[in-house]
Design a protein around this ligand. Structure first.
Ligand code: NAD
Length: 295
């Protein structure tokens, strides 16, 4: 089986690496936080205390880092992967980063004889733990095929969106739409409430009418309408406002690069930014519902 070096053992990466170990892959791990490396060693991964040690004879490199600058630094710094790996490897970056950065990283790796796919995920911390993530991949088909085995150990739905960078574009298009749907659903529900309607009855009506959408079906933002969703748990857990703002920022950057017209995305970005700036960054993104409530 392929030997994997896994970098970035945070909220997402730790569970993803554990699932690779469970699937019998030979996994070496590295993170800047030593306690995270120890946690994975307890789960059966091989710990390493340097990038150089981690990449020794690795066939596949996986990274799950906060942002593009971290991925570039890990790959290309003097003490980074490219300067310390002898094999020609397949790099899989699962972080959510700018599509343009993914393309630039891919070109630089190819110049060194390596291969690269961008493989951002949807499904959050719960999906990472359960091994049910959706992977949205950009890259050559042959590299996608090579990555499939280890992606299937961490996820349930694996899509090939197109060439390098396409995974990132598809991911932020989806999340921009999700932000718009969540804000729109909150707005409609509050309009009904302001006019004396019961939000549960409103939700049932819209679910059987043309306003039906994912947030009404599975993630209702109004507390008490649906059990086992963040809105019924003080908006704890789920997908944080701060992370939605990061993805909306990436969407706006991508739009600016191509003169794409995204008025609803821009409005959603402003709404979620105001909401985050008001101290709600660590709440689930469905808490945007509170922004529509009367004071
Ligand atoms: P996180 O901050 O919890 O973890 C990132 C980890 O990377 C940290 O442990 C950090 O120490 C490590 N790291 C940073 N630089 C490093 C380096 N040079 N070498 C080794 N390790 C390094 O972040 P997360 O929540 O796991 O998210 C990771 C990525 O996944 C982000 O791009 C995020 O946007 C995306 N994402 C997150 C979620 C979610 O719900 N958390 C959902 C989908 C996508």
């Amino acid at each position: 089986m392929a030997k994997i070096a896994f970098f970035g053992l945070g909220n997402m990466g730790a569970s993803m690496a554990k699932n690779l170990v469970k699937a019998q892959f030979n996994v070496t791990v590295f993170d800047l936080v030593g306690s995270q490396v120890e946690l994975l060693a307890e789960a059966g991964a091989t710990p390493s205390n340097s990038v150089k040690q981690a990449v020794e004879s690795a066939d596949i490199i996986i990274s799950m880092l906060p942002a593009g600058k971290h991925v570039e630094s890990l790959y290309f710094d003097q003490d980074g992967i490219v300067n310390n790996i002898s094999a020609k490897s397949l790099f899989i970056d699962c972080s959510t980063i700018e599509s343009s950065t993914a393309k630039s990283i891919g070109a630089q790796l190819q110049a060194h004889g390596h291969r690269f796919i961008d493989a951002p995920v949807s499904g959050g911390v719960a999906g990472a733990a359960a091994g049910t993530l959706t992977f949205i991949v950009g890259g050559e088909k042959v590299d996608f095929d090579e990555a499939l085995g280890c992606l299937q150990a961490m996820g349930k739905n694996i899509f090939h969106a197109g060439g390098i960078g396409a995974g990132q574009v598809a991911k932020i298009c989806n999340n921009m739409l999700l932000a718009i749907l969540m804000a729109g659903t909150s707005e409609a529900l509050q309009l009904g409430i302001d006019n004396g309607l019961d939000p549960k009855v409103m939700s049932d009506i819209m679910l059987q009418s043309s306003g039906r959408n994912w947030t009404l079906e599975l993630y209702n933002p109004c507390p008490g309408v649906m059990a086992n969703v963040p809105s019924s748990n003080d908006y704890q857990g789920g997908f944080l406002v701060d992370l939605m703002n990061k993805d909306l920022g990436l969407a706006m950057g991508t739009a600016a690069n191509n003169q794409s017209v995204v008025p609803l995305g821009q409005l959603a970005k402003s709404l979620f930014q105001m909401h985050g700036n008001a101290g709600n960054g660590n709440l689930d993104f469905s808490s945007i519902f509170n922004a529509y409530k009367h004071g």
